[in-house]
Design a protein around this ligand. Structure first.
Ligand code: NAD
Length: 315
């Protein structure tokens, strides 16, 4: 399969590329920037195109002859909240451009888009949401994701493309540097101490949050990419499996594992940040994922297993 991954040099893009290469896909990563430390194991196994997702001519060229695109290029939550106009340009104009390029490439073109639990919000929202809970996003990032969900459903209904949308919980543990996601503390509170560094924690320790492990997430995304179009019926949007946990639980689980493995942890300093608290605090803390499970996605076993995997892979 000829697979394009937009935002392909980021956290999830590189992990998806690894899986796609293993099964013999011809992979092109499209990104505005390449990682300063290179692509590691992907080097020599993928094509790389550097460019802006809002560059229509370049994106149409990129999509020509592709069987599928995983569309990840995006401004993320805190970044989008800080710059509405840039979020509109990258997330919505860029999103529409990739969808039109897929349409021009032919109706068989698969488009897998990563949405987010940030589409949910409002004080009236139930803490546990399902596929029929109305999205009332409380930040610009969530709004752009919700608009893309509706557009992909409609372009699939029209037969212009074969869309699939995964709503992700916060995926942990992101290696390397944090991005501008408001939820990046969920990785930082585990990663920084394990690396012996200080974590500045912007939210209260009793805050609940929905998370997923990166391996389970990527396996789920591949399953959604491979599922037959008919399996989605008239709704292409599915909630990915997730675990509800708390910051306290992430800290104590990391401490237990570190003690078991003889790792000396760096400190955690409470550094409240009202913007981060407001964005993350508007999200639901549980999400029904039964459709994703029926489509071949699987769920993480435990927080413990997610952290152990990160240590094995990166520490
Ligand atoms: N990781 C998570 O916890 C999570 C949760 C929910 C949704 N998502 C969504 O999944 C996708 C991937 O997430 P990630 O964690 O890998 O993010 P990331 O920030 O690591 O990667 C995003 C990539 O998009 C690229 N990009 C940004 N603007 C661009 C532009 N104008 N043109 C081309 N490329 C551009 C960035 O350079 C980056 O490499 C994003 O759309 C994100 O919103 C992620």
């Amino acid at each position: 399969m000829k697979l394009v991954i937009t935002g392909g040099c980021g956290f999830l893009g590189r992990l998806i590329a690894e899986q796609a290469i293993k099964r013999g896909d011809d992979v092109t990563l499209f990104d505005i920037a390449t990682p300063p430390d290179g692509l590691g194991a992907l080097d020599g196994h993928v094509k790389v195109t550097v460019g802006d997702i809002a560059d229509a001519a370049l994106v149409h060229d990129l999509m020509s002859g592709a069987d599928a695109v995983v569309h990840l290029a995006s401004m993320v939550s805190a970044g989008a909240e800080a710059d509405f106009d840039a979020a509109m340009r990258i997330n919505l104009d860029g999103g529409r451009i990739i969808l039109e390029a897929a349409r021009a490439n032919g109706p068989q073109t698969k488009v897998l888009f990563t949405s987010s639990l940030a589409i949910f919000g409002s004080a009236a929202m139930p803490a546990y949401v399902d596929g029929m809970t109305r999205p009332v996003p409380q930040n610009t990032y969530g709004m752009t994701k919700a608009v893309m969900e509706i557009l992909i459903n409609d372009m699939s209904r029209k037969g212009y493309l074969d869309g699939r949308v995964a709503r992700l919980p916060t995926i942990i543990v992101r290696p390397g540097k944090p991005n501008t996601a408001a939820s990046s503390f969920a990785s930082g509170v585990i990663r920084e101490p394990l690396m012996g560094d200080e974590c500045q924690l912007p939210v209260a320790r009793d805050m609940s949050i929905m998370v997923g492990g990166y391996r389970t997430c990527v396996a789920g995304l591949m399953a959604l990419l491979d599922a037959p179009a008919s399996a989605f019926s008239d709704d292409r949007v599915v909630n990915l499996p997730n675990l509800t946990t708390s910051v306290d639980a992430m800290i104590s689980t990391t401490q237990t594992i570190a003690a078991r493995r003889g790792i000396t942890l760096g400190p955690i300093t409470d550094t409240p940040d009202e913007t981060v608290r407001a964005i993350v605090g508007s999200w639901p803390t549980g999400m029904d994922a039964s459709r994703a499970l029926a489509l071949g996605c699987s769920a993480d076993v435990s927080l413990d297993a997610i952290i152990e995997t990160f240590i094995d892979d990166y520490v």
